[in-house]
Design a protein around this ligand. Structure first.
Ligand code: ZN
Length: 415
């Protein structure tokens, strides 16, 4: 039940934040975006050209760093047989690590969505905008637009609209043919409408019931009045889905273009739905806290202990939680230790520093991301993971007062 999609988003966001916090001392950090249709040999040729031009850079240090970064990239490209389907992005350069020192760093990212434009960028910071736009949204909505002639069923995942089914009706128009009694005509028409609503309800239910519950935010219904109201009041959707209808909205079209109209009309509802779900989760936590039921826990160690005995029902993690546990070793003497580093989004990630015994540089030998570790533990114990933003009062309390980690328990564990 882990919101895998949400965790992937967290991981990707964290990677971008880390890259964003880095800067060079001169114009010497290289970002290289290679789309899948680009020839690797063309890229190598381009980098060799840049290497030649870099010899004109006045500052000797910057020149050496830029050329060093280009050489490192060229070496990497030699091992790349084929550009992945979504493309590949390299970040390389001499990063300022303070105390008048730089360190040559590189990072390779396979983007979650295809990159379309080849880009070579050399500056004092990494170029991240195209990736920042890809931060994956996983909230899923069921979409339905209908009138008496046609209906379209689809989904909205993040910003992506997908059309699933298109249905046509056999409902006759309002003009009856000569010879038919008005009463009989109206009766047949009502039957045809009812059948059409039923077909729509079945098609929509079939699709919407497949949506991952932890990502499912609700259903939007669009079309003309009073058709959509009549459909909704008739409860033609599966009873579990009927509760998930977020609202009815007027749209002029009932085909795919009706979906765009529907999403525009429902903008406020869409923005609110995600937050409403988060608020419900955090309010449940505060309710248990107030009643002193013992069915909650918070703080890294205690929540971990409860996860390990499968006592957690809902794991609440702040979206702003940035924390890693690391094993650090001295590169010279015997010193070895573990520490947890914490930082805020957008802050420079703190470094382990120097050996307290001999003053040499410390090496990080093992890194565990806390959010990753906790998500995995939750998955094993069938706990639901809820990521809570700090954009509202109780959400920021989770971060400030409870360290960003809390849990609603299945029973009181006394831990
Ligand atoms: Zn040492």
């Amino acid at each position: 039940m882990v919101e895998q999609c949400t965790y992937e988003k967290y991981e990707f966001k964290k990677k971008l934040e880390t890259l964003k916090s880095k800067s060079g001392r001169g114009t010497e950090l290289i970002s290289l975006y290679i789309p899948s249709d680009k020839q690797i040999s063309d890229v190598s040729n381009h980098l060799r050209e840049e290497h030649g031009q870099a010899s004109n850079i006045k500052s000797k240090l910057t020149r050496t760093n830029v050329q060093g970064a280009l050489e490192s990239l060229l070496a990497k490209l030699r091992y790349l047989n084929k550009v992945p389907e979504n493309g590949i992005v390299y970040f390389t350069g001499a990063v300022d690590i303070g105390a008048n020192k730089t360190s040559m760093e590189s990072e390779v990212l396979i983007p979650p969505e295809p990159i379309t434009v080849y880009k070579y960028h050399c500056n004092s910071t990494f170029y991240l905008e195209p990736l920042e736009e890809m931060l994956k949204e996983c909230s899923t909505y069921g979409l339905l637009v209908l009138d008496l002639r046609e209906a379209t069923v689809g989904t909205l995942i993040g910003k992506q609209i997908e059309v699933v089914r298109h249905l046509h009706s056999t409902v006759p128009g309002k003009q009856r043919k000569g010879g038919q009694s008005a009463h009989r005509f109206e009766q047949l028409r009502r039957i045809a409408i009812h059948d059409f609503y039923k077909r729509i309800g079945d098609a929509a239910s079939e699709k919407f019931l497949e949506i991952e519950p932890s990502e499912f935010r609700g259903i939007l219904i669009g079309g003309h009045s009073p058709t959509k109201e009549e459909f909704n009041e008739g409860e033609f959707l599966h009873y579990e889905l009927q509760k998930k209808v977020l609202g009815l909205f007027d749209t002029g079209y009932t085909d795919e273009s009706g979906f765009s109209e529907l999403i525009n009309a429902a903008e406020d509802v869409l923005q609110g739905a995600d937050l409403i779900k988060q608020k419900k989760d955090i309010e449940a936590f505060f309710r248990e806290l107030a009643t002193d039921s013992g069915k909650i826990s918070y703080g890294e160690d205690i929540v971990r202990a409860n996860l390990e005995i499968n006592a957690v029902d809902v794991l609440l993690l702040s979206e702003d939680l940035r924390s890693e546990r690391e094993t650090i070793k001295c590169s010279v003497c015997e010193y070895e230790n573990k520490w947890t580093r914490r930082w805020k989004p957008g802050e420079v990630v703190p470094l382990a520093g120097n050996c307290p015994k001999c003053g040499s540089a410390l090496e990080v030998t093992d890194v565990t991301d806390i959010v990753g570790e906790f998500s995995e533990l939750a998955d094993k114990g069938n706990a639901r993971v809820a990521f809570i933003s700090t954009d509202f009062d109780k959400g920021s309390q989770l971060m400030i007062a409870f360290g960003g980690i809390a849990a609603i328990l299945r029973y009181s564990t006394g831990v």
